[in-house]
Design a binder for this molecule. Structure first.
Ligand code: AMP
Length: 206
């Protein structure tokens, strides 16, 4: 089964994707961190990421295709943050078809713009472990020294605005497009992590 999880920044899709991958034994493909890895060696990608801009469709698609082909992995994947545009989706759909695979379900976590801004402003990363926390919804355990946590470059206000803009302009129309040929389930993402997770499991019949 291939699952796509989408939602505005701060909707908790990364958290839910990780929980689902653990529970269902799915391979977790996290587009943001995959591209951050590429950005270490590619200055153009790095500049786009820091500004909160999308990496061009063709580039993103071919990086992902090459990566999955290298692993020969086409099924039992949870895709967090890909596809994010109609162009990426059309490419992806055709590519999967060629591998005898498909998208089984799309989960969209819905949160308001205000909540998205509130959560992203509270997001912190542990520079040593890479673990992401949220001071409001998912605070670090007591043993973690909060003063050590840093804010991701693209969680700063200007980049957040950029990311919310392309969500509205590109991802929202994509969700409508996907509804034409895949099961798309929209879920209220403003509830606690475990409540949202239970809801998703129910939808998946697990
Ligand atoms: P995320 O961690 O999912 O918020 O993604 C971090 C950043 O990676 C985004 O702000 C974009 O710059 C880039 N990115 C993530 N997913 C995609 C995608 N599907 N297409 C192009 N760029 C992306």
């Amino acid at each position: 089964m291939n699952i796509i999880i989408l939602g505005p920044q701060g909707s908790g899709k990364g958290t839910q994707a990780r929980l689902l991958s653990e529970k269902l034994g799915l391979y977790y493909f996290e587009t943001g961190s995959f591209l951050r890895e590429i950005s270490l060696k590619n200055e153009k990608v790095r500049n786009l990421l820091v500004q909160g801009k999308l990496v061009p469709d063709e580039e993103t698609s071919s990086y992902i295709q090459a990566y999955l082909e290298g692993k020969e992995k086409y099924d039992n994947i949870i895709f967090d943050g890909f596809p994010r545009t109609v162009v990426q989706y059309n490419f992806f759909k055709d590519w999967l078809k060629g591998k005898n695979a498909r998208i089984d379900i799309v989960i969209v976590l819905k949160i308001s713009q205000e909540e998205s801004l509130r959560r992203l402003g509270a997001r912190r990363q542990d520079p040593t472990t890479g673990k992401i926390y949220n001071l409001i919804t998912d605070p670090p355990p007591q043993e973690v020294d909060k003063s050590r946590l840093v804010q991701r470059e693209d969680d700063k206000p200007e980049a957040i605005r950029q990311r919310l803009t392309w969500y509205q302009d590109l991802v929202v129309p994509l969700i409508e497009e996907m509804k034409k040929d895949v099961k798309v389930v929209e879920i209220d993402g403003e509830r606690p992590i475990e409540v949202v997770f239970k809801d998703i499991l129910g939808i998946l019949g697990k």
